[in-house]
Design a protein around this ligand. Structure first.
Ligand code: AN7
Length: 358
């Protein structure tokens, strides 16, 4: 346990003997069986808990490879644009390796926890008065003009690391599942999972590949609409992306696997977000809930998954985005430290034995 992606999956990664085997304990995340959501869908549903990675999102799997290769190449600075999680991960691995880290984020549009992570880890955070897509354009330009290694998913090492999550799903289930539901933003992760499933296909334990079911937020759904979205909007800030860098990868994953890319509304995302937390005990960030929202929507629209194995990728922890969490939950009850008043609030009546009424 805790060996990290570079050591555990060395034979599947583009490593050399001198690639530094850095790790923060990323990878080897749990696959947790659903209790409630599978009752509604009729399938055998699992959650791939990528929020359990060291910085709280799946980005660590790819970032550890990208940063190790940057160090190997003698780079002293890394740069990325980010809706938040990539910057948190780059800041952490960059700090670990003594690199300068520059992150460009759309101003006011990334979740508080992610911003805090990048700042505390010592990254230079530049808030761009514009969108993620504009930030990425600038980051690419800067990496062309300066010796800064770009660690967005355009960096091929990122996808190489991220594909290892597919290996773990196969390991845990004993074969690939029938379906993989996954949120889509810049489309790196769906591209990486598809690569991972294909690489393991035909080997021991993998007799099939899953249908890849990607989900964008309705207000940020360029792949579904077939054209870039100039002003993307959604409560799921992580996937508020109007022109995905790995667009073709997502389309290919959908087509080649017999799946596709669909869209879910913010209401559907928030319904899944609350349901995951209240019925499964899984507190994820809104973007992550898009995978489960996609599953619920698909089955409600008639997709029959009875007896099928389904994996929903829970890409990041809910602690990243306290503002959305608080907006979706009731205020706590405020009471003085008085037993009877508190009892009344809990049980609804003063004194007596009211437990039977609960
Ligand atoms: C929690 O951090 O794009 O389709 O800059 O943070 O591979 O982009 C984050 C994306 C899903 C979408 N879930 O993955 C960034 C960034 C969470 C995310 C996605 C993101 P991709």
């Amino acid at each position: 346990m805790g060996r990290g992606v570079l050591t555990q999956y060395a034979e599947f990664l583009p490593l050399t003997p001198v690639t530094p085997r850095i790790t923060l304990g990323e990878g080897e995340t749990p696959l947790v069986r659903s209790r409630q959501i599978e009752r509604e869908t009729g399938g055998e549903v699992y959650f791939k808990m990528e929020g359990c990675n060291p910085t709280g999102s799946f980005k660590d799997r790819g970032m550890v490879v990208a940063v190790a290769k940057a160090v190997e190449a003698g780079s002293q600075a890394i740069i990325c644009a980010s809706t938040g999680n990539t910057s948190a991960s780059a800041a952490a691995f960059g700090a670990r390796c003594g690199l300068r880290v520059i992150v460009l984020v759309p101003q006011g549009r990334i979740a508080l926890g992610k911003l805090a992570q990048a700042l505390v880890c010592g990254a230079q955070v530049i808030a761009i008065e514009g969108s993620f897509d504009q930030s990425l354009e600038v980051a690419r330009g800067l990496s062309d003009r300066h010796p800064f290694t770009l660690v967005n998913s355009l960096n091929p090492y990122r996808l190489e690391g991220q594909k290892t999550a597919a290996f773990e799903v196969i390991e845990a289930l004993g074969d690939a599942p029938d379906y993989l539901f996954i949120p889509v933003g810049n489309a790196g992760n769906i591209t990486a999972y598809w690569r991972g499933f294909q690489e393991f296909h035909g080997r021991e334990k993998s007799s099939r590949t899953p249908r890849m079911m990607g989900f964008q937020a309705e207000g940020s759904a360029p792949i579904v609409r077939g054209e870039p979205v100039a002003d993307p909007h959604t409560v799921a800030s992580a996937i508020r992306i109007g022109n995905p860098a790995l667009w073709q990868g997502a389309v290919a994953a959908g087509n080649e696997s017999g799946g596709g890319v669909g869209a879910v509304s913010d209401d559907e995302i928030l319904e899944a977000y609350r349901l995951l937390a209240s019925a499964e005990g899984i507190f994820c960030e809104p973007a992550s809930a898009a995978s489960v929202a996609g599953l619920l929507k698909s089955t409600r629209q008639g997709l029959s998954v009875a007896g099928k194995q389904i994996v929903c990728v829970i890409t990041g922890t809910g602690l990243k985005d306290p503002d959305t969490a608080m907006s979706q939950a009731p205020e706590p009850t405020v009471i003085p430290p008085d037993l009877e008043q508190i009892e009344k609030a809990i049980i609804g009546t003063l004194g007596g034995s009211s437990w039977t009424r609960l």
